[in-house]
Design a protein around this ligand. Sequence first.
Ligand code: ADE
Length: 239
Amino acid sequence: MKITILSLFPEMYEGFLKTSIIKKALDKQAVEIEVVNFRDYTLDRHNHVDDTPYGGGQGMVLSCQPIVDALKAHRTENSQIYLMAPVGETLSQKKVRELAETDHLILVCGHYEGFDERISNYVDGALSIGDYVLTGGELASMVISDAVIRTLPGVIVEASHLDESFENDLLEYPQYTKPVIYDGYEVPEVLLSGHHENIRKWRLKKSLERTMKYRPDLLEKHEFTKEELKMMEEIKKND
Ligand code: ADE
């Protein structure tokens, strides 16, 4: 898979590309990432990439020409192109899995300002990473790239995806490591028992408890098994 990022601040990606799992994924050639400064495509004498909004109002708006020309230079038949914008579809693990299927993802980052709406004629959609406004799309593009890259084959151990938060509409259960007692806080006994079935049940119940407490909206689309329904009753009873 290849990811092309269009940004006015390529230097923001230096740490991202040189660290940890993303660096390993690049070294292994599980993914190729290219960061393009779309200011290089401006035909404006002063290299301007934005202008004042028609109709008046605060701030500046990113112009069509530099972004569309940069897209034309970098897209292929197989590219999926997304603008990073708070008005876009909110990212979910499901969307991440969908994006990971594409051969070539192009993420376009704005900064300070919005995009000229006509740019939407050249892209497949807009993506938001949450209901808040960032100073630019760079962090959003890193979040999206990170979430996509870690799902690619060979990047992280396959089994570690299965129990993850959001993979089955539930938040992940709590995890513990050595020592057994830290500052008086103990690891739950069941996890030390070696009894796999009891551990599975305990983890499932904790996942349900956590999801109910922090993300009850996820339970609305969750398809409960009989076992989970029984656990939910127990959880509600003990509440
Ligand atoms: N640019 C500014 N805010 C954003 C957000 N929440 N998601 C994606 N891109 C953005």
